[in-house]
Design a binder for this molecule. Structure first.
Ligand SMILES: NC(=O)c1ccc[n+]([C@@H]2O[C@H](COP(=O)([O-])OP(=O)(O)OC[C@H]3O[C@@H](n4cnc5c(N)ncnc54)[C@H](O)[C@@H]3O)[C@@H](O)[C@H]2O)c1
Ligand SMILES: [Zn+2]
Ligand SMILES: [Zn+2]
Length: 360
């Protein structure tokens, strides 16, 4: 029997989201129906609503979620009804050219549910193939990762996107190691997770850069050793001064703006690494003198989902959380109802929250 559930829908570019009743089919082969317990509001949801990702409206928003498996379709072996799971947007295929090269974290053919969820008969586009601002959602089995149910759903769900993206940008993509110096541009949920990841990886100097003093204060709590308010001082000069005149080993951009990407580029030490984890607007362009690209050497990388492998990383990170070594609770600024997502976008834009988390 199909399921009718309440969900947050973005119907048209730039318009406020609304709560609608959507239809979800029973899980087919390889699919899983998950009862959502908590789902964080990520900046990427707002990018969808603004039409900055693509034009495939209507979107079913929400993708940073944890919940309980309710039903599984034929052939599902990794999870069973009753399991506590975190949803992910990287259910690797094992077959594409990247998986075949032994790089499943770059998988080019990730799995989503085959059947569509619908609104008045119209197929919905679930954000990042998940769509979890809803009482239930339908995903591919590989999109559900079983973790220790002792974790609070509102904290655990954050591993499903922003926190994983930030932790992984530092630990996986940036390969931050013991004694390294790191600068993180943008200290929202993603940037602060990059700060926490750098601390976990053993970085010696962690410089937080933001234009909002509230975010810089949070960054200190997550492990930043220095902060730079880039609305008041030139971050490139400040970072150089904080690193003996050299610049950082790894510069992580967690905003998605050309100006801050350039700041990251020039804040690096020779042969350092720049990691872009912020998602740029499709029209954004960067212009760099080619001699600087050559002369500074090193590596310019992008981080898709923190180069994570959910089946490997999520249970491990939840264990670190339960041991008190990874602070996920600090990311949860507030818990809200399903009908407060639009307000949460406004709070995010005003810089008042790291994460508003919808609790169902
Ligand atoms: N690559 C991935 O896999 C991935 C995953 C999740 C999110 N993201 C992206 O990461 C970015 C950050 O997401 P978030 O949820 O942390 O967003 P957020 O809005 O919570 O945080 C952005 C931060 O940047 C700061 N900021 C804005 N303009 C700035 C400027 N000019 N200089 C310095 N700081 C500035 C803001 O004050 C804020 O603290 C978004 O673009 C999001 O889409 C990427
Ligand atoms: Zn693949
Ligand atoms: Zn996200």
């Amino acid at each position: 029997m199909p399921h009718s559930v309440r969900a947050v829908i973005a119907r048209a570019k730039g318009e406020p989201v609304s709560i609608e009743t959507i239809e979800i089919p029973d899980p087919g082969p390889g699919e899983v129906l998950v009862g959502i317990q908590a789902c964080g509001v990520c900046h990427t949801d707002l990018h969808y609503r603004e039409g900055a990702i693509n034009d495939e409206f209507p979107f079913l928003l929400g993708h940073e979620a944890a919940g309980i498996v309710e039903e599984v379709g034929e052939g599902v072996a990794n999870v069973a009804p009753g399991d506590f799971v975190i949803l992910n947007w990287r259910a690797v295929c094992g077959q594409c050219r990247s998986c075949q090269r032994g790089r499943p974290w770059n998988c080019f053919e990730t799995h989503n549910a085959t059947q569509k969820m619908t609104l008045d008969g119209q197929p919905l586009s679930p954000a990042l193939g998940i769509g979890a601002f809803a009482e239930k959602t339908l995903v591919a089995a590989g999109q559900a990762t079983k973790v220790n149910p002792a974790a609070r759903p509102e904290a655990a769900g954050l591993i499903g996107c922003g926190v994983m993206a930030g932790l992984g940008a530092a630990m996986n993509t940036g390969e931050v190691g013991r004694g390294d110096s790191v600068a993180v541009f943008g200290c929202g949920g993603v940037g602060n997770a990059a700060i926490e990841g750098s601390r976990l990886a053993g970085a010696h100097t962690i410089i937080a850069v933001d234009i909002d003093p509230r975010k810089l204060e949070l960054a200190r709590e997550f492990g930043a050793t220095h902060t730079v308010d880039s609305s008041k001082e030139d971050p490139i000069e400040a970072i150089r001064a904080m690193t003996g005149g050299n610049g950082v080993d790894v510069a992580i951009e967690a905003i998605g703006l050309p100006s801050t990407y350039e700041q990251a580029f020039y804040s690096r030490d020779l042969a350092g690494t720049v990691v872009l984890v912020g998602v740029p607007n499709p029209e954004a362009k960067v212009e760099l003198p080619m001699i600087e690209v050559f002369g500074r050497g090193g590596t310019l990388k992008s981080s898709w989902y923190g180069d994570c492998l959910p089946s490997r990383d999520f249970p491990m990170l939840i264990d670190l959380y339960l041991q008190g070594r990874l602070d996920l609770d600090r990311f949860v600024s507030e818990t809200i109802d399903l009908d407060q997502v639009e307000e949460a976008f406004e709070k995010m834009e005003r810089g008042e929250v790291l994460r508003s988390v919808v609790v169902l």
